[in-house]
Design a binder for this molecule. Structure first.
Ligand code: ADP
Ligand code: MG
Length: 326
């Protein structure tokens, strides 16, 4: 489709995992199993789902930080999965990532100036006085006092470290930023500050985000559209208003009913999430959600519904992988 900054086509990442007696069984975990997505320039796409459903694997496969098993990632019209190592390295300037754990993702031996300056050097963007000025500007942008330029990551709080991670990602002027649970490791008190920073930066710099989170309220705050993942697949893919206003997939309904509602009289189609996430080594044969779904029928247990586009009464389109809507 025209106008997409990024298109992901049938992306898969399978891991082979040894198990059983003396590790003799070799089975595959379909961490990402045939994902299709598209993101327009300036859009924010949310990816939600319980821990272990493949969100990080998807984010990293898109950037080829881990090599996808198959599929295509089309960035500005180029399938980056076909790029050679050096071409890919240069492409990374356009596509950056902000990780969940700001402590672990920053080199503890480098100062703030070195951390933010490193990508500027790696990509030969600027040096000397110009580099210093750019580092200061980035510090201003994310709200870190210029006086801290020679400090080390451990001297900062979690929220400040995440600001550093954001400054480092922004240093090379990327077009796309994948934010992988960027506030999940932070204290509740600083979460909204970092979210607001991301929101402001998105607007000021005309950025495009893929925002990964297990927290549906965070995604609602930030995103334009949302993909709900379960065991490596998309269950529902819809605009924010449609998804939160009228969730269709029983899994989306279950995730939404788990968010506390301030108004106790607010009525919601409640689906309580029963049981545990099945082992990805041994996923259900039919619909992946069928073992926990209150609506599941024999059909659901036997065959797997494809993600299918449907049109609502109001003309809005979305995709759902559920036999209830086919
Ligand atoms: P999420 O980010 O949604 O919590 P992940 O993408 O981290 O999920 O993991 C998805 C699935 O892939 C999980 O079942 C996880 O155990 C598995 N997985 C992730 N990385 C590896 C790996 N390197 N080797 C084997 N399995 C992995
Ligand atoms: Mg993750």
């Amino acid at each position: 489709m025209a106008g997409n900054l990024l298109e992901v086509r049938n992306l898969k990442k399978y891991y082979s995992v040894k198990s059983g007696f003396l590790n003799k069984d070799c089975r595959s975990v379909k961490a990402v199993d045939g994902i299709n997505l598209s993101v327009k320039q300036g859009e924010i796409l949310g990816i939600v789902g319980e821990s272990g459903c493949g969100k990080s694997t998807l984010g990293r496969s898109i950037l080829r930080l881990i090599e996808p098993t198959s599929g295509e990632v089309i960035f500005e019209g180029t399938n980056i999965c076909g790029l050679k190592k050096e071409e890919m390295r240069l492409k990374r300037r356009e596509m950056q990532i902000v990780f969940q754990d700001p402590g672990a993702s920053l080199n503890p031996r480098l100062t703030v100036g070195e951390i933010i300056g490193e990508p500027l050097e790696v990509f030969h963007i600027c040096e000397g006085k110009e580099k210093e000025e750019r580092i200061y500007k980035l510090m201003d942008l994310v709200g870190i006092n210029r006086a801290y330029i020679n400090r080390f990551p451990h001297e900062f709080s979690g929220g400040q470290r995440q600001r550093l991670g954001i400054a480092r990602a922004l240093a090379v002027n990327p077009k796309l930023i994948i934010c992988d649970e960027p506030v999940s490791a932070l204290d509740v008190s600083v979460r909204s500050q970092v979210l607001n920073l991301l929101k402001d930066l998105h607007k000021e710099r005309n950025l495009t985000y893929i925002f990964i989170s297990h927290d549906l309220s965070v995604v609602e705050y930030l995103c334009d559209k949302v993909a709900v993942m379960y065991l490596g697949r998309i269950m529902e893919y819809a605009g924010k208003r449609e998804l939160y206003g009228k969730p269709l997939h029983p899994y989306t309904k279950a995730l939404l009913s788990a968010i506390p509602v301030p108004d106790i009289h607010a009525k919601r189609d409640e689906v309580i999430l029963q049981g545990e996430l099945p082992s990805p080594l041994n996923p259900p044969t039919g619909c992946l959600f069928s073992t926990r779904c209150p609506m599941a029928t024999d059909q659901c247990r036997q065959s797997r519904p494809e993600l299918t586009e449907i049109t609502g009464d109001d003309g809005t389109k979305r995709s759902v992988a559920c036999f209830l809507y086919q």
